[in-house]
Ligand binder design. Structure first.
Ligand code: FMN
Length: 387
């Protein structure tokens, strides 16, 4: 068992053990990948203020996101095809999150279905909704999330159409992989992954296959998205979804203050400042730079969360200090999952928790709820004086 001290260690093992197509699917951004890169590198421009001779005993990272208790201000982001990263991936990740005391968000494009995840967990999880053209299916999906007792609906607003990720097209991404020569050669070296997949029935989009007619090619994310996702989504559709759902609502993918105000106006409980991990509009600002103007625009009207680029507990602390009430990690937990299944997700969470806790202490705090902007040195113009 290798000694794992950081998220990068998990990523190295993940890369070795996972079929190329799914590693590439995770580890890519759209077009030039500028936004994907800057999401992480922009965190490096924020510095901590080290404090000394401050009592560091009895620390806590426990807080709340949308009124729900969390062991640290981190949730697992919705990630499509998680059950292709490792067999039964969504169930494993949900279990790890539940044990750690943080929310798990199940993607619409998951391999394990809503019902399946509910059956294998004991606490409510969050469900992420992509809006579909088929209104009947959309209504049934929301009802299924209600029936499974999901405790928040996360509606993703930045994927009405799909950003192009070159590697997915070149690899012919599908779930399950097609038996092409290139895939077979690559899969032959991933015996651990293959054994897991042979041992599970969950190999297709669990929320879709069997729940919707006329799916052209259900194995192809790209084809299916183009066919089914609703490019006409607007704020009135979101109001309707809010009404249908009737529970806590999180709107994900907000990058501009005007849109954050609209989200507050429709009565969202929280928004996620997110550029989808740099997978949609390449050339957009990193989320951490986009955060401040949004906070200024909405004040306390809506809880503000953030994702994209978080790879450490220090990133979580910086995001929290900049004013985000909660954060989400996507790739950071997928690395753990692909490396070592449920234990790998737990490891990723432990790593992040420790980095968060220790960094918070060095900055002179014992309670995450007291951390503010004053622990940071933020360079002038960090959030931009854009013309
Ligand atoms: C492989 C992959 C698949 C994703 N699938 C979804 C999805 O199905 N629904 C969604 O709302 N966001 C999806 N996202 C975006 C994540 O929810 C989140 O915004 C992003 O991963 C945050 O960036 P990070 O990976 O740098 O932490 C996906 C991200 C990745 C990396």
């Amino acid at each position: 068992m290798p000694v794992i001290t950081n998220i990068e260690d998990l990523k190295r093992i993940y890369r070795r053990r996972t079929p190329r197509m799914f590693y590439d699917y995770c580890e890519s951004g759209s077009w030039t990948e500028q936004t994907f890169r800057e999401n992480s590198s922009d965190f490096d421009d924020l510095y901590f203020r080290q404090r000394v001779a401050v009592d560091m005993s009895n620390r806590t990272t426990a807080t709340k996101m949308i009124g729900q208790d969390v062991a640290m201000p981190v949730a697992l982001a919705p990630v499509g095809l998680t059950g292709m990263q490792t067999a039964d991936g969504e169930i494993k990740a949900a279990k790890a999150a539940e044990k750690f005391g943080i929310p798990f968000t199940l993607s619409t494009m998951s391999i394990c279905s809503i019902e399946d995840v509910a059956e294998h967990t004991t606490k409510p999880f969050w469900f992420q909704l992509y809006t579909m053209k088929d209104q009947d299916y959309l209504a049934r999906l929301i009802q299924r999330a209600k029936d499974a007792k999901c405790s928040a609906l996360v509606v993703t607003l930045d994927l009405q159409i799909l950003g192009q990720r070159h590697k997915d097209l070149k690899n012919g991404l599908s779930a399950p992989p097609k038996p092409t020569l290139a895939n077979m050669v690559n899969l032959a070296t991933k015996w651990r992954w293959g054994l897991g997949m042979l041992g599970t029935k969950r190999r297709q989009f669990g929320n879709i296959v069997g729940h919707i007619d006329d799916v052209g090619d259900p194995s192809s994310l790209m084809a299916w998205t183009a066919e089914q996702f609703d490019p006409a989504l607007d704020w009135s559709a979101i109001e309707k979804i809010k009404e249908m759902w009737g529970g806590p609502l999180i709107l994900k993918g907000v990058m501009e203050p005007e849109d954050a105000v609209m989200a507050a106006n429709v009565g969202a409980d929280a928004i996620v400042v997110s550029n989808h991990g740099g997978r949609q509009l390449d050339g957009a600002l990193s989320s951490i730079r986009a955060l401040d103007p949004i906070l200024q625009a909405v004040g306390d009207r809506v809880e503000v969360h953030i994702d994209s680029g978080i790879r450490s507990g220090q990133d979580v602390l910086k995001a929290r200090a900049m004013g985000a009430k909660g954060t989400y990690i996507g790739r950071a937990y997928i690395y753990g999952l692909g490396a070592m299944g449920e234990a790998g997700v737990t490891k990723a969470l432990e790593v992040i928790h420790k980095e968060l806790d220790v960094s918070m202490a060095f900055c002179g705090h014992r309670d995450i709820n007291n951390v503010g902007r004053d622990i940071l040195k933020v360079p002038a113009g960090f959030s931009g004086d854009w013309q």
